[in-house]
Design a protein around this ligand. Structure first.
Ligand SMILES: Nc1ncnc2c1ncn2[C@@H]1O[C@H](COP(=O)(O)OP(=O)(O)O)[C@@H](O)[C@H]1O
Ligand SMILES: [Mg+2]
Length: 370
């Protein structure tokens, strides 16, 4: 019969699919009880009671232990970590969470990502924000592209600095109804900011917890291109966020975009959908040119099994309005690119889960007194 130590070693192959480490290393194996009759009891401790990966642990633990000599049956049971154990786990993982309730009044957090730069992420972020605001949603934009921030320019902001409230919170600037925070508000124009990992983590954390976002229906986050530190940090801080992937239509771009999808999977962020940008150009006489090829957005959406939220054509006005600092969906809502982006915004609304709590006081009638 295998010893407790041998069983523990065998369990090193059981990996927590969310944390990507062995349950032994994570100290999640609470008890190992080899019995006389070849039955082994293993207790695994979970981070939450309703842990969706329970089934995975059940079969992986059984398989690993059954492979040992003399084992005839394996009973897997579960318990749940207490607060101290959870804190120890967070410490071991080097994760720092946001304080409870930091974004409690934000209903939906949507990260706009892409495999590479220049595909229109920032353009889409500001126009989606403006489209949502035009539909009466309360919207915030967090520019997390700390190296290549362009949100201030695209929303005509930047001369002003955000004020600090009496509670020492940063008050976002406003572009119309949209609340906006960007690193660009805090550094000299075009200053190169050199971020080391911990600094970056701290800055992003501060943008989430020390900013007076208030009650929002949507917080849109413009990610830097690629799958680097920022995306990982945000994924850790915002497990509730969803991810929208931007790609141009050519197959090569789609392959690059897929890497960001893989990253999202790895950090367990849900992918809400794909937006294909620069999908063709229509001349004033009505001829259509597929300048960046065709079909990449749909192919990526099919592969990821998520909706294609929109195909946004190339239009001169979209570029001009980005440079002018007024989103196209505000300046010319009928432009074909604006229409496509408004459609994507409606898609985001449709995909958003219904609000978990009633935010406003129920409105009642005052009965007339006679
Ligand atoms: N559909 C489009 N039609 C015309 N110009 C676009 C379109 N999408 C983006 N652009 C322009 O392309 C450039 C890059 O877009 P940007 O949003 O800055 O990309 P990213 O944030 O992904 O680096 C900008 O000048 C922008 O105005
Ligand atoms: Mg950008």
């Amino acid at each position: 019969m295998a010893s407790v130590e041998e069983i523990r070693r065998a369990l090193e192959v059981v990996i927590d699919p969310e944390l990507h480490r062995s349950i032994v290393e994570l100290d999640m194996v609470r008890a190992i009880e080899p019995g006389e009759d070849g039955t082994v009891g293993v207790t695994v401790t979970l981070t939450t009671a309703g842990c969706p990966i329970r089934g995975h642990f059940q079969s992986a633990v059984r398989e690993a232990v059954m492979a040992l000599p003399g084992v005839r049956a394996v009973n897997v049971s579960f318990d749940v970590m207490d607060e101290a154990q959870k804190a120890a786990l967070r410490q071991a993982l080097g994760r720092s969470e946001l304080p409870q309730g930091a974004l409690a009044a934000v209903q939906n957090i949507v990260c706009i990502g892409s495999g590479k730069g220049g595909v229109g992420k920032s353009t889409l972020t500001v126009n989606l924000a403006a489209a949502l605001a035009a539909d009466g949603k309360r919207v915030g934009v967090l520019d997390a592209d700390v190296w290549g921030y362009s949100i201030p320019r695209m929303l005509g902001l930047g001369a002003e600095r955000p004020a600090i409230s009496a509670e020492r919170k940063i008050i976002p600037l406003r572009a119309g109804e949209i609340r906006v925070i960007s690193i660009g508000f805090f550094v000299e124009e075009d200053a190169a900011v050199v971020w080391r990992g911990p600094m970056l983590h701290k800055a992003l954390k501060q943008f989430l917890e020390d900013v007076e976002w208030g009650a929002l229906d949507f917080l849109l986050i413009d990610l830097p291109p690629g799958t680097g530190d920022v995306s990982m940090t945000l994924a850790q801080l915002l497990p509730q966020a969803t991810f929208v992937i931007t790609t141009t239509p050519q197959p090569a771009a789609q392959r690059v975009a897929r890497r960001s999808a893989e990253m999202a999977h790895k950090v367990s962020l849900e992918i809400a959908g794909v937006i294909e940008n620069m999908a063709g150009f229509v001349t004033p006489s009505g001829e259509r040119y597929a300048i960046f090829g065709e079909g990449g957005g749909q192919a990526l959406a099919d592969e990821l099994d998520v909706p294609l939220l929109a195909r946004v054509p190339l239009t001169m006005a979209l570029r001009e309005q980005s440079d002018a600092g007024v989103p196209l969906v505000v300046a010319d809502p009928d432009d074909p690119a604006a229409q496509a982006i408004r459609q994507a915004a409606r898609g985001l609304v449709a995909l958003a889960p219904p609000p978990a709590v009633i935010e406003r006081e129920p409105v009642g009638f005052v009965l007339p007194m006679v």
